[in-house]
Design a protein around this ligand. Structure first.
Ligand code: ZN
Length: 832
C-alpha cells in the first residue's frame, strides 16, 4: 500500500539541488547566500544514531546563520524503524531513510555522513548495542568521519552519561563521539585514516541538551547552567524568505517514513549546548569563539578575503555575472594556495558560484534510464552560457562513453544552447549503481563495505561523470556532471531519474518466507526479469540438502528489456523439521546472476533501484493443530493472518462492526492484532460480545498493546496492568514456569528448542500485574535486568480461554521461526 504524499518542494539553497540528479538552478539570493558561506571558514559536525535523531533547527542555524560547513553523522541508516509511507522494512527502509536524510540536508544546507553500523532494532543498553555492532569498526568510522570532514566543533545529540535511560544506539553514538574526540589528534590511533586524511583535533565538544533531558521544564529552569552555552537560533533569512524554524521544519518533514511532518515556527528559539571537552568558548553564544573562521585562517588567504568581501558588498542581485571578474581573481589566488583541506573545499565552492553567476547550464542526459554492462546507450550533452562573460567549451570527456573528438574550442556565446551527442557505442561502465552497502551480506550489526573509499559515504555519487573542460574569461576550469535520465510526463512535466547500470538479468521469488506445515510439496514461482533486449538462458533453484527441487532447470527467453517470465519449480521438504534458503541462479552464456531488483518510488526522494540477494526462506515445521477457523480483528497492522494461512488455518477478518455474539460463534479462536486497543476505538464498545464469546467456550488471544492512554480494565475479560517491560535480546534465556500447562504440551510439546533462532526481540509491553486467574507461562529477561513473567498469560474464563501475550509473534511468524509457530498453534488449540 502506498500513501501518496503531496509534493512539498521548496528549492532552497540550491547550489546543491533538490534531487541529486537534477541540475541546480539557483536564484540570485541563493547565489548570494552561497557567497556568504564562501567567506566563512569553519565546520561543525552533529552526531547521533538514526535518521531523524538530528536537531534540524541547530543544523540549519549552523549552516544558514553561522554559515559554517555543517554535517550530520548518523551512525546508522535506520533499517530498524517503522515505515508509515509504504511496505518497505529493514534494508529497504534503510535505503528510503538514507534518501530522506539527503533530502533533509538539501533543505537545511548540511551534508550527510554515515558509519557502517546497522540499525538492528531496539536495544536497552549501550553494552548490548556495542556488542552487536563491531565497536572498534564503528569507532574507527567515527574517527574517519572527523578526520575527513575536519570539524572545528562537534555536537552530540545524546548524553554519553545516560546508559539505560534511552535507546542503546543513542547513548552509544554519544559515547563513541566522546571517545573519538581524544583519538583523532593522535596519529598512532587508527593509523590508516590518519595516513589517508591526516590527523585533526576539533576545538570543542558539546552535548545538545534541552529541558527534556532534565525531566521537566521546571527542573531545567532550576538547573545550574554555568556549563551551558545558549544560542539564539530563531533568525529570519530575508534572502530566503524563511525563518530558521521554518527551514528546520521543512527539513524535518523529509522524514516522511517516520511520520515526522513538522509545521514551521517563527520567532525566538534558544538552543542549549553543554560544554563537554576542549576549550570553553569565552564569548557568549559563539560556538566558534577562538577559532579563526576568516580567510586569514589560511597562509596566503588574506588577499582572498579582501577580494571576496568586495564581491559580497558589491553583489548585484539583478546581474550576478558582474561579480565574475573578481570571483575569477579570487579563484586564481585560491588555486595558488598550498595544497590543503580548505583549498579543496573552497575551490569547488567558488567554481560552482562562478557557474551559477553566469547562468552556466551543463547537463549530460542518457537515452535510457538503465543499461546493462556493455549495453548500448546514447548520451546527449547540453551547454549554455547565459551571461556576457566570455566562455569556450574546449572538450567533453567521459570514461564510460565516447564523444566525437572533433569538438575543439566551441565558443559559448550569450544564451545560445550547444548540444552534442555521444558516438553511439557500448557503455563501458560495469559497476552496478544500486546502494553499495547492500551489495555484500553483512552481519546483524554491521554493513560490509569492501571498498574503503565508500565507508561513510551516503551513496555513490558521480558514478558516471562527464567532464566539461571550459575556458572562462581566460581561465581553464572544468566541471563534472553525472549522467542523468529524464523524460516528460504529461502530468508532472519534466521528471528526472538516476541513470543506472543494472544486471542484464535478475530473478525473484515473491514470497520471502515459505512455510511447509506438512510433508506436501509446494509449487514455487520464480520470476526472471530482463535487463536488456533478447536475452535467454537457464534458471536453477539452489536449495538446502534434504530438500528436493524439480525440474533441475528451466530455460527462459525474453525479447524486451523490462519484461518478465515466470518459471515454476516444485519443492519437496525433508521429513524432519528443517529450514534454509532457496536461491534462484540464472545463467546467461557463461555468466551467472543471483540478485533481485527492487525499485522504490516516492515523491519526496529520488527513484531507487536496489539489488538484493535473490532468495526465499523455506521452513518445514513439525506442527500439529486443533481447530480450523480463526477470526482476526486487525489492530495497527501485522502479517499474522497470512502466516496462519500458510500453516493451513482458515482466517477470516472480523471488522469491528461485525463483532456480534452471533457472528463470533463460528470461530474456533479469535486473535486480536497488535495495538488494536490503541488504534481501534470501536473495540471499547465490543468487550461484552468478546467476553461472552470466551465465557461460552471460545479462545480469545490478545497481542500486545501499549500502555499509553490505555484504560487497562478494558482489555479483555480479566484485569491486567500493562507495563513497559520488554525483552529485546532475541536470544535471551527463557524459563518455563508452568511446564505441565496444556499450552506447552498439546498438541505440540514445547521445549527450549522452540525458543531458538527468534528474531529482533522476545516481546514488548508485557503486563506487570494480572488477575490471579491468569497463569504466567514463561519467564525471561535481558542481561542485567530482573525476570519478567508477563510475556504469556493464560486464564480459564467461564467455559473458554483468555490469552494475553506481548511475545513478538508478529515478527517471528513472518520471519518463519518454527518454535513461534508451534507455540502459537498450541494457543489457538486450547479450547478444541
Ligand atoms: Zn533515534
Amino acid at each position: 500500500m502506498r500513501i501518496r504524499t503531496a509534493p512539498l518542494f521548496f528549492l532552497l539553497l540550491c547550489i546543491t539541488s533538490l534531487f541529486a540528479q537534477q541540475p541546480s538552478k539557483p536564484t540570485a539570493s541563493e547565489i548570494y547566500h552561497e557567497l556568504q558561506k564562501l567567506n566563512f571558514l569553519g565546520s561543525a559536525l552533529y552526531i547521533a544514531a538514526h535518521p531523524d535523531d538530528e536537531n534540524t533547527r541547530l543544523i540549519s542555524y549552523l549552516s544558514n546563520d553561522v554559515k559554517a560547513r555543517t554535517a550530520y553523522l548518523s551512525l546508522t541508516r535506520g533499517d530498524g524503524g517503522q515505515n508509515l509511507v509504504g511496505p518497505e522494512i529493514r534494508e529497504l527502509l534503510g535505503v528510503i531513510r538514507t534518501q530522506e536524510l539527503l533530502a533533509a540536508r538539501r533543505t537545511d544546507g548540511g551534508q550527510q555522513l554515515f558509519t557502517r553500523a546497522n540499525d538492528f532494532g531496539y536495544s536497552k543498553h549501550p553494552d548490548e548495542t556495542l556488542d552487536i555492532w563491531n565497536k572498534n569498526e564503528v569507532l574507527s568510522d567515527v574517527v574517519r568521519a572527523i578526520r575527513k570532514f575536519k570539524p572545528d566543533i562537534i555536537v552530540n545529540r545524546f548524553d554519553h552519561r545516560s546508559p539505560g535511560s534511552t535507546h542503546g544506539h543513542h547513548t552509544s553514538s554519544a559515547m563513541l563521539s566522546f571517545d573519538a574526540f581524544d583519538l583523532v589528534g593522535d596519529a598512532t590511533k587508527y593509523p590508516e585514516t590518519a595516513k589517508e586524511f591526516g590527523i585533526w583535533q576539533p576545538k570543542r565538544l558539546f552535548f545538545n541538551t534541552s529541558w527534556w533531558f532534565y525531566g521537566s521544564q521546571e527542573n531545567f529552569d532550576k538547573a545550574d547552567k554555568t556549563n551551558l552555552v545558549e544560542v539564539e537560533t530563531g533568525s529570519y533569512y530575508p534572502s530566503l524568505g524563511l525563518s530558521n524554524g521554518e527551514i528546520a521544519s521543512l527539513s524535518r518533514s523529509m522524514h516522511k517514513s517516520q511520520g515526522f511532518g513538522s509545521t514551521g515556527s517563527r520567532g525566538r528559539q534558544t538552543e542549549y549546548l553543554e560544554f563537554l571537552k576542549g576549550d570553553f568558548p569565552s564569548e557568549k553564544g559563539n560556538l566558534f569563539d577562538g577559532i579563526n573562521t576568516t580567510w586569514t585562517r589560511l597562509e596566503g588567504g588574506a588577499p582572498i578575503g579582501v577580494l571576496l568581501a568586495e564581491v559580497e558588498k558589491e553583489f548585484d542581485f539583478t546581474n550576478p555575472s558582474a561579480s565574475v571578474p573578481k570571483l575569477l581573481q579570487a579563484f586564481d589566488l585560491i588555486r595558488k594556495l598550498p595544497e590543503g583541506h580548505w583549498k579543496t573545499v573552497k575551490l569547488e565552492a567558488i567554481k560552482n558560484i562562478i557557474a551559477a553567476c553566469t547562468g552556466l547550464y551543463l547537463e549530460a542526459v542518457a537515452s535510457e534510464q538503465t543499461v546493462a554492462p556493455k549495453g548500448e546507450v546514447k548520451v546527449t550533452i547540453e551547454a549554455i552560457n547565459r551571461s556576457k562573460v566570455s566562455m569556450t567549451l574546449n572538450s567533453v570527456n567521459s570514461t564510460v562513453i565516447a564523444f566525437p573528438n572533433s569538438l575543439m574550442a566551441t565558443p559559448l556565446p550569450y544564451n545560445k544552447s550547444y548540444s552534442l551527442e555521444s558516438v553511439e557505442q557500448t557503455f563501458s561502465g560495469t559497476e552496478y549503481s544500486a546502494p553499495y552497502w547492500l551489495s555484500k551480506k553483512g552481519t546483524l550489526g554491521m554493513y560490509r563495505v569492501d571498498d574503503k573509499s565508500l565507508i561513510g559515504v551516503p551513496e555513490r555519487t558521480n558514478q558516471f561523470p562527464v567532464t566539461f573542460y571550459m575556458t572562462i574569461d581566460g581561465r581553464q576550469i572544468s566541471y563534472e556532471r553525472n549522467i542523468v535520465y529524464k523524460y516528460n510526463d504529461p502530468v508532472a512535466g519534466e521528471v528526472y531519474r538516476p541513470f543506472e547500470v543494472l544486471p542484464e538479468v535478475t530473478s525473484a521469488i515473491s514470497e520471502k518466507v515459505l512455510i511447509f506445515a506438512s510433508n506436501d510439496a509446494k509449487e514455487i514461482p520464480v520470476i526472471v526479469r530482463a535487463g536488456r533486449d533478447n536475452i535467454s538462458g537457464t534458471v536453477i533453484l539452489q536449495h538446502p540438502s534434504g530438500w528436493v527441487v524439480t525440474p533441475a532447470q528451466h530455460s527462459f527467453s525474453i525479447s524486451q528489456k523490462g519484461q518478465q517470465q515466470t518459471v515454476i519449480f516444485t519443492v519437496q521438504p525433508p521429513k524432519e523439521q528443517h529450514d534454509g534458503y532457496i536461491k534462484p541462479l540464472v545463467q546467461v552464456g557463461d555468466a551467472y546472476y543471483d540478485t533481485e531488483l527492487v525499485t522504490i518510488d516516492y515523491d519526496h526522494i529520488p527513484f531507487q533501484s536496489v539489488l538484493l540477494p535473490s532468495e526465499a526462506k523455506v521452513v518445514h515445521i513439525d506442527i500439529q493443530k486443533k481447530g480450523q477457523h480463526i477470526g482476526y480483528i486487525n489492530g495497527a497492522g501485522d502479517a499474522i493472518p497470512e502466516s496462519l494461512k500458510q500453516i493451513g488455518y482458515t482466517v477470516t477478518t472480523i471488522l469491528p462492526s461485525e463483532i456480534t455474539s452471533e457472528n463470533l460463534k463460528q470461530f474456533d479462536a479469535i486473535v486480536v492484532g497488535i495495538r488494536a486497543y490503541n488504534t481501534v476505538p470501536e473495540l471499547d464498545f465490543k468487550q461484552t460480545e468478546l467476553n461472552t464469546y470466551v465465557n461460552n467456550g471460545g479462545t480469545l488471544l490478545l497481542q500486545y498493546n501499549t500502555s499509553r492512554g490505555m484504560n487497562d480494565t478494558e482489555l479483555g475479560p480479566l484485569p491486567l496492568k500493562l507495563s513497559r517491560d520488554r525483552v529485546t535480546d532475541e536470544n535471551s534465556e527463557v524459563e518455563i514456569l508452568a511446564p505441565n500447562h496444556t499450552v506447552l504440551n498439546s498438541p505440540n510439546k514445547i521445549t527450549q528448542n522452540d525458543f531458538k533462532n527468534w528474531v529482533q526481540e522476545r516481546g514488548l509491553y508485557f503486563p506487570g500485574e494480572w488477575d490471579p486467574a491468569f497463569t504466567p507461562i514463561l519467564g525471561m529477561h535481558d542481561k542485567g535486568y530482573p525476570q519478567t513473567k508477563g510475556s504469556l498469560l493464560v486464564a480459564k474464563y467461564g467455559k473458554g480461554h483468555y490469552i494475553y501475550t506481548g511475545l513478538s509473534f508478529f515478527r517471528e511468524l513472518p520471519a518463519g521461526v518454527p518454535g513461534a509457530y508451534r507455540l502459537f498453534a498450541n494457543l489457538l488449540s486450547l479450547g478444541n
